[in-house]
Write a protein that binds this ligand. Structure first.
Ligand code: ATP
Ligand code: FE
Length: 352
C-alpha cells in the first residue's frame, strides 16, 4: 500500500511517500522531502511557534507536490494519508492535521493520526526486519527515554530524563557558545577538532540505580566553564569552543552508554535500537554500538536522515497499525501532549 506521510510538529515541514505492507517491517521509501525552517527562526535563536505554524501552512501543499513528483506518483496512486497528530507545537500540528483532512476528504482516502514519538520509535522497523519487542533509546529534541517497544501501539517506558532532553542540551550548549541552531550538528562539528579530556564535565545520575537520565546539570557545568574562560581571557578561542563541545559530547555519550548498559541488563540479547535526532550523532552511535556488542545485543541505528524528523516514519507508523486498527477519520484531533506510555509519563518529566 502507498501511504503519504505528513510531519509538521516542530520546525521541519516534511512529506513522504512510502510503500509498506500493513503490519510488516521494512518499507520502501518512494520519496521523502524535508524542508527546514532554520532560516526563518535564526534571528530569534530558537523556534518561534507562530512563525513555524504559518510556514507549515504555507508550505505543505508545495512540499507534497514535490514529494509526489519525486516519487513519480499522483494523489490518485495514494491509498492512505498519515499525519502527525501530536505531540509538538500545536499550531504546526494543527496545520498538518487540517491539510491531511483536506487531502483525505478530496480523495476519499482513509486518514491516520500518528503519534510523532511512535514514528521515531518504530523507525528501526522501517529499515530492518526487527521483531517486537525491542529495546529503544529515543533521544530527540524534546524527549530522552528508554522504551520497550512491544507493538506498534504498545510502549513501556523503562526510564528517561528527569529534566532536559539530550537534544535540548545540545541546542542549549550551542546557544551558550553562539554556534547556531539546531545545536546538535553544530556542536558535533565543533567537537570534531576538540580535546574531549580538557574539561571534565559531570556524568549525571551515574550513582543512581536504573536508567533515568539528567542533562540540566551538565548544561550548567558547560555554562560555568564558558564563563570562567571569558572572565580569564575576555573571550573564547575557536579551540576553547571545540574543547568544550568535545567534552560535553563525550559526557552525553558516556552517560547514555552507561544507562543503556543498565537497560540492556534487563533486556538480555535483545535488539537495541536508537532513534530521534540525537541518534544522528556519530560519537553517540559509536558509544551505544560498543555497549550493545558488549552485552551480546544486536545494535541498530537508522540512517541519519531517518533520525531527525521526516514524513517516512509517520507513514510507516500508520502502516504498522493498518493490519489491526481502524483509521481515525475526520474526528482526528491535534494533541499538544501525547505520551507514549500513559501509565508512566505523568510521574516523570517526559519532555514536552
Ligand atoms: P521530539 O521528537 O522530541 O518531539 P524534535 O522532533 O524537535 O523533538 P528531532 O527532530 O527528532 O526532535 O531531533 C532534533 C534534535 O536532535 C535537536 O535537538 C538537534 O539538536 C538534535 N540533533 C540533530 N542532529 C544531531 C547531532 N548530529 N548530534 C546531536 N544532536 C543532534
Ligand atoms: Fe522528532
Amino acid at each position: 500500500r502507498i501511504i503519504l506521510g505528513i510531519e509538521s510538529s516542530c520546525d521541519d515541514t516534511a512529506v513522504a511517500l512510502v510503500r509498506a505492507r500493513p503490519g510488516e517491517p521494512v518499507a520502501e521509501i518512494l520519496a521523502s522531502e524535508v524542508t527546514s525552517q532554520d532560516a526563518l527562526h535564526r534571528i530569534y535563536g530558537g523556534v518561534v511557534p507562530e512563525i513555524a505554524a504559518r510556514a507549515h501552512a504555507e508550505r505543505l501543499d508545495a512540499v507534497t507536490s514535490i514529494a509526489l513528483e519525486r516519487a513519480g506518483l499522483t494523489l490518485g496512486d495514494v491509498d492512505a494519508i498519515a499525519v502527525t497528530a501530536g505531540p509538538g507545537l500545536i499550531g504546526g500540528v494543527l496545520a498538518g492535521v487540517m491539510f491531511a483532512k483536506g487531502l483525505a476528504a478530496a480523495r476519499g482516502l482513509p486518514l491516520w493520526g500518528v503519534n510523532h514519538l511512535a514514528g521515531h520509535a518504530l523507525t528501526p522497523r522501517l529499515t530492518d526486519p526487527v521483531a517486537f519487542p525491542y529495546l529503544l533509546l529515543l533521544v530527540s529534541g524534546g524527549h530522552c527515554q528508554f522504551l520497550a517497544v512491544e507493538g506498534p501501539e504498545t510502549f513501556r517506558r523503562l526510564g528517561g530524563t528527569i529534566d532536559d532532553a539530550a537534544g535540548e542540551a545540545f541546542d542549549k550548549v550551542a546557544k551558550l557558545l553562539a554556534l547556531g541552531q539546531p545545536g546538535g550538528p553544530a556542536v558535533e562539528a565543533a567537537a570534531s577538532s576538540g580535546d574531549p579530556s580538557r574539561f571534565a564535565f559531570p556524568r549525571p545520575l551515574l550513582d543512581r540505580e536504573g536508567c533515568d537520565l539528567s542533562f540540566s546539570g551538565l548544561k550548567t557545568a558547560v555554562r560555568r566553564a564558558r564563563d570562567k574562560l571569558i572572565e580569564a581571557q575576555g573571550g573564547l578561542s575557536r579551540a576553547d569552543i571545540s574543547d568544550i563541545c568535545a567534552g560535553f559530547q563525550t559526557a552525553v555519550a558516556a552517560t547514555l552508554a552507561e544507562k543503556s548498559r543498565r537497560a540492556l541488563a534487563a533486556f538480555p540479547k535483545a535488539t537495541f535500537a536508537v532513534a530521534g535526532g540525537v541518534a544522528a550523532n556519530h560519537t553517540i552511535r559509536d558509544a551505544l554500538a560498543a555497549v550493545a556488542t558488549e552485552a551480546g545485543a544486536t545494535f541498530l541505528a537508522p540512517p541519519l536522515r531517518l533520525c531527525t524528523d521526516n514524513g517516512a516514519m509517520i507513514a510507516f507508523a500508520a502502516a504498522e497499525r493498518m493490519a489491526r486498527g481502524e483509521p481515525d477519520g475526520f474526528g482526528l484531533e491535534a494533541r499538544p501532549r501525547w505520551p507514549l506510555d500513559a501509565r508512566a509519563a505523568p510521574m516523570l518529566g517526559a519532555g514536552r
